[in-house]
Design a protein around this ligand. Structure first.
Ligand code: 5GP
Ligand code: ZN
Length: 114
């Protein structure tokens, strides 16, 4: 989608530090890391937010969570614990309207967030 920075990361016109890629999912390091490990996991297909997920996206969401689990293992977070965050909409703190899941870990995360 034009004017979407994450679509530009998918097509390579905007640089990123990629950490995982398959035919439908991409993961890369967040530009402003909030934890020692802070990755963003996204579908390559443009979906603007959780609100736009359809029934047909079930397998894609499964792939996203499979990638998250693989990355959690690779980054040594799986046994220690980690957090998955999705911000949805303006009051939810979403700033990039291409759905993404933050994978955060590598320190003790506090609750509640912000
Ligand atoms: P949101 O606030 O929408 O949940 O999260 C957007 C995230 O994208 C933020 O954590 C922000 O640091 C990250 N971000 C914004 N622009 C870029 C970019 O151009 N490259 C990368 N790698 N991350 C970005
Ligand atoms: Zn997009």
């Amino acid at each position: 989608m034009e004017d979407c920075i994450f679509c530009k990361i998918v097509d390579g016109s905007l640089p990123s530090e990629k950490v995982y890629e398959d035919e439908s999912v991409l993961a890369f390091k967040d530009l402003h890391a909030q934890a020692p490990v802070h990755l963003l996991v996204i579908p390559k297909k443009h979906i603007s937010s959780i609100r736009e997920i359809g029934e047909e996206d079930g397998p894609l969401m499964g792939k996203i969570f499979a990638a998250i689990n693989q990355l959690a293992k690779e980054y040594g977070l799986a046994d220690k614990g980690f957090r998955i965050v999705n911000n949805c909409g303006d009051e939810g703190g979403q700033t990039v309207y291409h759905i993404h899941f933050h994978l955060l870990g590598g320190r003790s995360l506090t609750w509640p967030p912000g």
